[in-house]
Design a protein around this ligand. Sequence first.
Ligand code: NAP
Length: 279
Amino acid sequence: MKKLYGVIGDPIKHSMSPEMHNQLFQLYRIDAAYVPLEVKETNLADAIRGFRAIGAAGFNVTIPHKTEIIKFLDRIDPLAEAIGAVNTVVNENGKLAGYNTDGLGFVKGVGTQVSDLKKKRALIIGAGGAARAIYFSMAEAGITQIDICNRTSGRAEILVKECPISVETNIVDFSEAEKELQRYDLVIQTTSIGMSPNIDHKPFSARNVSETAFVSDIIYNPLETSFLREAKEKGASVQNGINMFVCQGALAFEKWTGIFPDTEIMKETVQKRLGGPTC
Ligand code: NAP
């Protein structure tokens, strides 16, 4: 019987996940379908009851349900529990188990481009949901020096305090981060600053970045933010948000099927949809 997968969120019509996963089901000859499902916040409980009733095999969860969903699931993976957000649900013999593949997807994507990740000194710009998933997953991956700068420093302090793995972290403000940017091997821009339509905005200038640094901006709309462009002009290696998006999807696919899929094919699909080269 055909297995059913999907993604729930609101809004959902621009999600690239259905295209990405349906292509993989075809490629690996798996009899399954993945559908976008718009679920309003007030309907979340009913939607989960519906998934249970029809025996859906799994689903992704996106804004605004990533935290709220937790109370409706039977089991939460410890990393997802610590992060406080679930983006992937697996139906494990009738029990719904929640995972978070966002941060792990980021680490996986960067790991393919940067060697000796554990020895790198990192700076995360931002302390929102994505930064939290990335910080906790980097800590789990054994990266030991991760500084954070965020407009609201209290949010960064909470994030560090709540991480179950202890990491050497300085909380710095934007002006210090800008001035001392050359200290970092890895710079990860996770704020929404620079996202379309505000494509000329950036958290601060990247002019002091080291030319040996690896700079990632997890935004993929636009494909090259103003921050990323400046870092590239300074000679740094750069990566936009497509790799993270693709790798979180690949890890979800692996949880559902046991197959870690070809991420290059996934990137091509996403690139085609977004209309530009991945970097
Ligand atoms: P979030 O929880 O709302 O956090 C937003 C972050 O941006 C916070 O650190 C916030 O700082 C900061 N920020 C927003 N506007 C700002 C401004 N004007 N000045 C200074 N700081 C500002 O959002 P999120 O879920 O973490 O998502 C953040 C970005 O990551 C979005 O662009 C999203 O599309 C992208 N993302 C990409 C992927 C991927 O797969 N590539 C996955 C998830 C998210 P404060 O704490 O001070 O408010």
